[in-house]
Design a binder for this molecule. Structure first.
Ligand SMILES: Cc1ncc(C[n+]2csc(CCOP(=O)(O)OP(=O)(O)O)c2C)c(N)n1
Ligand SMILES: [Mg+2]
Length: 315
């Protein structure tokens, strides 16, 4: 049991160390443009991706670095992508908010809020026709729950009993707006009933809880039972984007979030179970060392050649 949880801790530390490195590289110059970190939300991708099959198709948002890592995309070509290198997963064309890595079942980020949900339905439907048995996962935020495309996708998936799991990362903010200003009831999982599908509110700061519900939802999906909505309640420790002044935070809010964020929580749980502190803390050092060397190797590689700028363009 401790082994499973230590593995979760390492996987979450890899995401956090990656994101902290990205934050440094954005401040120092090698990364440019808009960057959205998932610091604090690591337990959701780690729990969810653990039970996916390689051929399942996942669709993320601009806050997608952690999902890509959890699907097995190696950090070096990801750093290379974010720093505009030819060795990036998309040759440096996608950048932080638009990369894709289909060979890892990561079918792209999407910066149009809610736009991934109908595409996930298409992937699930295609799986029915090509007999692959693939399930599709659509990841989006609490704000996206109010987008028309997400409602249409949920209804479509339910009506056709498509194997889709809708994973809503409810981090209680849409950009700078708190959820209480957006909807009358913050319990988003309840909306699933309107489409005739199961909906569960999950502790999104607990990878094991996410894994449990995801495994169930996938089983239902693969047996022809149709889609499920998982509302994973979590919180982001960073701003909406790098540079966000976070003036909307309440006094004491970040301290409260830090007390229950997934990495600190799992660390405390492992220590309480008697796992030696040296073993627990070695995990952080290992993840940071991996990300430092992956980033250094990425920065050593050549930039994408401007002469190739028109390749992979379809108009
Ligand atoms: C269709 C559309 N409308 C508005 C925006 C601007 N926008 C970018 S992120 C965002 C907030 C989305 O919040 P949420 O879905 O909760 O995801 P989070 O950023 O919290 O992960 C908005 C409104 C957009 N990118 N696309
Ligand atoms: Mg949100």
């Amino acid at each position: 049991m401790s082994e499973r949880r230590l593995a979760d801790l390492l996987a979450m530390w890899r995401i956090r160390a990656f994101e902290e490195k990205v934050r440094d590289l954005r401040a120092e110059g090698p990364i440019v443009g808009s960057v959205h970190l998932c610091i604090g939300q690591e337990a959701v991708p780690i729990g969810a991706c653990d039970v996916l099959e390689p051929h399942d198709a996942l669709f993320a948002t601009y806050r997608g670095h952690g999902w890509a890592l959890a699907r097995g995309v190696p950090p070096q070509p990801l750093f290379a992508e974010l720093t505009g290198r030819a060795s990036g997963v998309n040759g440096g064309r996608g950048g932080s908010a638009y990369f894709t890595a289909a060979e890892h079942g990561f079918h792209g980020e999407n910066s149009i809020v809610g736009a991934g949900a109908p595409i996930a339905c298409g992937a699930a439907l295609a799986g029915r026709f090509d007999g692959s048995g693939r399930a599709a996962v659509s990841v989006f935020g609490d704000g996206a729950m109010n987008q028309g495309a997400v409602h249409e996708a949920m209804n479509f998936a339910a009506a056709l009993s498509l194997p889709v799991v809708f994973v809503c990362e409810n981090n209680r903010y849409s950009e700078l707006t708190p959820i209480a200003d957006m909807v009358r009831t913050p319990r988003l999982a309840g909306r699933a009933a309107a489409y005739g599908m199961p909906g569960h509110r999950v502790d999104g700061n607990d990878a094991e809880a996410v894994r449990f519900h995801m495994r169930d939802a996938l089983e239902v999906a693969r047996e022809g039972g149709g889609p499920t909505l998982l509302e994973c309640v979590t919180e982001r420790l960073a701003g909406h984007y790098i540079g966000d002044a976070e003036t909307y935070r309440q006094p004491g809010e970040l301290e409260r979030i830090r007390r229950r964020e997934p990495i600190a929580r799992l660390r405390e749980g492992l220590l309480a179970d008697g796992v030696p502190a040296a073993d627990v803390d070695a995990v952080e050092r290992r993840a940071r060392a991996e990300m430092d060397s992956a980033a250094a190797a990425a920065l050593d590689a050549p930039f994408a050649d401007p002469a190739t700028a028109r390749e992979h363009l379809y108009a």
